[in-house]
Design a protein around this ligand. Structure first.
Ligand code: ADP
Ligand code: MG
Length: 276
């Protein structure tokens, strides 16, 4: 299988501080690849650099075996779509206008919309459950609705690679599942490579072919959910109390947070029994 993304010894610094620190990994074409890790681990910086949106301080990124720097902007935009963590739009465009912006890399110099563009927008609005909001001003939407608009714009771009930074963070359960199922469908039916950052370890466990756990800008572990989502690895990475078992859905690892008060209760009960 071909390589969609190859990252070699990539380093990104802010004010001389390396927040991405000589990281290397590769993503296969058609893979659902999910990056997890604590806050401030450098995940967004890593994704923005892979997307060509922020500079690196060292190392290199290859997209489909071609150095990122060699891509003309329009070709890169037909290859990679990005949904950033803090996406926003300053001007009061309608939902439909913003989703149509995803078609720009496919249009000629005059930017004329054709029936293929219209159909792609309709399909993206349908997939993201936004048909009823199509003519609404973006500034009149909730956070979760806005997030779906930016996902719709990326879908409409019809890229070979999708990079999504916490796309389900502001979504309710139904829309989370809908977006994850949609990404899986793009992977299976179109062979799209999906690279996603997620804070939801259980969702990541259910959908990922490969997980990359990062901390301090470095790889802690990369592999299938079974190999990455172990009690030892997660408790060490997140430094909190967890309970691991197997989800009845797809038999994938499942994590449950353990409140401190619950743990104290167990310890006290055990101490009382000891005193009997
Ligand atoms: P994550 O997405 O894993 O939460 P980020 O990549 O957003 O992590 O941030 C990694 C580190 O870099 C954090 O310590 C953050 O405060 C810092 N950082 C992020 N963006 C900037 C910036 N523009 N200037 C300086 N420091 C930044
Ligand atoms: Mg982030």
């Amino acid at each position: 299988m071909k390589t969609a993304i190859e990252v070699n010894n990539l380093t990104c610094r802010y004010d001389h501080r390396a927040v991405v620190d000589r990281i290397s990994f590769s993503v296969r074409e058609g893979e659902f690849f999910i990056i997890i890790g604590p806050n401030g681990s450098g995940k967004s910086t890593l994704m923005n650099t892979v997307a060509g949106l922020s500079p690196s301080s060292g190392g290199d990124v290859l997209i489909r075996n071609r150095p990122l720097a060699d891509y003309p902007r329009k070709v890169l935009a037909r290859t990679v779509a990005v949904v950033r963590q803090q996406a926003s739009i300053d001007f009061p465009f309608t939902v439909r206008e913003i989703v149509m912006m995803g078609r720009t890399p496919h249009q000629g110099l005059l930017g004329l919309e054709n029936s293929i563009d219209q159909a792609a927008v309709d399909e993206a609005l349908l997939f993201t459950d936004l048909q009823d909001l199509a003519n609404r001003n973006i500034h009149q939407l909730s956070g979760g609705e806005c997030q779906r608009v930016f996902i719709a714009r990326a879908i409409c771009q019809d890229p070979q690679i999708m990079l999504l930074d916490e796309p389900t963070a502001a979504l309710d359960l139904a829309h989370q599942t809908r977006i994850m199922d949609l990404m899986e469908k793009l992977k299976v039916e179109k062979g799209t490579t999906i690279v996603m950052i997620s804070h939801d370890i259980n969702l990541a466990s259910l959908y990922a072919d490969t997980l990359l756990l990062v901390k301090g800008g470095q790889t802690v572990k990369q592999g299938t959910p079974d190999t990455v989502l172990t009690y030892d690895i997660l408790e060490d990475a997140y430094e909190c109390h967890l309970l691991m078992d197997i989800s009845p859905v797809k038999s994938r690892p499942r994590v449950t947070l353990v409140p401190d008060s619950y743990l104290r209760g167990i310890t006290e009960k055990e101490a009382n029994h000891g005193a009997d």
